[in-house]
Design a protein around this ligand. Structure first.
Ligand code: SAM
Length: 327
């Protein structure tokens, strides 16, 4: 059985938020103070999340990315990962983390069944890093990256949100850092998502400019890569044994190929990155729904997956030329 939406897109990829909390306060993502967390009692327990993910896998989802909030602050994440990894249909179980506690947990998570990891790294300068994350410690993250490489959570992907006047001077240094370690690097345009994303669109730095700079920096070495796993919105280039990519949700629409949905820590099935609409699977589960009912709710929800994320050029301050039309 497969999940197909009304626009012919097959949904095969689930982002699983295991907590809404984070130990960082990246200024483009969360407010400095006053973040209202979901009451703990509403967050799904290991067996509840496992049950829902099992239904998705039974419906043809074969990739799950564990994310947050910050997933490594969920207590006993490895136990959940062990349960998820046991689903025979699940081919790819990955993790997205800020890396702060990865040095400590990478080994256990690899043993539990995580096969690769994405790490957010917005700066290689400790002061800039601390400013962006509002208190994050760069050394922790760098140690986490080395540990992930050691325990084989590869390919390690590094994600850098590039922001004008904040960290845009570090594009070339980041390419060197990633390629020296054979990490894959993704530069990300700022997006109007999360509680603080829209407010920071004035720092928007366009993907094309990043690409031009990466090309200048790498010169002849840079050859385009096609058919990357989970490619979606990015343009990828090979640089030695690494790849460098640019994810441009704003300047290049990727909705037509979108194969993903998100399950929040309280069990809401969110159908699109840029929209609020959700199916309350967690509530149904706790109201006693059986598997058939939950499966039917998932299938019906996928039919309501919107055609596009609807970000528009109006959300980008600073007069950057855009080709986004919304949808
Ligand atoms: N805590 C984990 C982490 O730091 O990777 C996982 C959750 S975090 C929300 C996932 C990714 O979303 C990070 O790479 C972060 O940089 C990115 N992100 C958050 N807000 C964003 C925004 N407004 N524009 C672009 N990327 C954003």
């Amino acid at each position: 059985m497969t999940l197909q939406d009304n626009f012919g897109r097959r949904v095969e990829y689930l982002r699983l938020s295991v907590t809404d909390r984070c130990n960082y306060r990246c200024f483009y993502c969360m407010p400095e103070a006053g973040f209202v967390a979901e009451p703990r009692a509403n967050l799904l327990r290991t067996e509840e999340l496992t049950r829902l993910v099992g239904l998705f896998v039974g419906l043809g989802v074969h990739k799950v990315r564990v994310t947050g909030g910050e997933p490594l602050i969920r207590r006993n994440l490895a136990a959940l990962v062990t349960e998820l990894a046991a689903f025979p249909g699940l081919e790819d179980l990955s993790l997205t983390t800020n890396g702060d506690q990865l040095e400590r947990f990478a080994g256990d998570l690899a043993k539990a069944g995580i096969n690769r990891v994405n790490i957010s790294l917005d700066s290689l300068n400790a002061t800039t890093f601390g400013d962006i994350t509002r208190g994050g410690d760069l050394d922790h993250v760098l140690a986490g990256i080395e540990r992930a490489l050691e325990v084989g959570l590869t390919p390690v992907k590094l994600n850098m949100v590039v922001m004008a006047g904040i960290n845009d001077g570090e594009v070339e240094a980041m390419v060197d850092y990633a390629t020296e370690r054979e990490c894959h690097l993704r530069f990300i345009e700022t997006m109007p998502i999360g509680t603080s994303g829209a407010g920071t669109m004035g720092l928007y730095y366009p993907a094309q400019k990043i690409l031009d700079r990466v090309r200048d920096h790498c010169g002849e070495e840079l050859e385009p890569v096609t058919g990357m796993q989970g490619g979606g919105p990015a343009s990828y280039f090979r640089a030695g044994r690494s790849t460098v990519g640019v994810i441009s949700a704003m300047s290049r629409h990727f909705c037509a190929d979108c194969n993903r949905v998100r399950l929040t820590a309280k069990g809401d099935l969110v159908l699109c990155l840029g929209r609020e609409e959700a199916v309350p699977l967690g509530r149904l589960l706790r109201d006693g729904a059986d598997d058939d009912t939950l499966r039917a709710a998932i299938v019906a929800g996928i039919q309501r997956k919107p055609e596009g994320h609807g970000f528009t050029s109006n959300e980008v301050a600073g007069g950057v030329p855009m080709s986004v039309t919304g949808g």
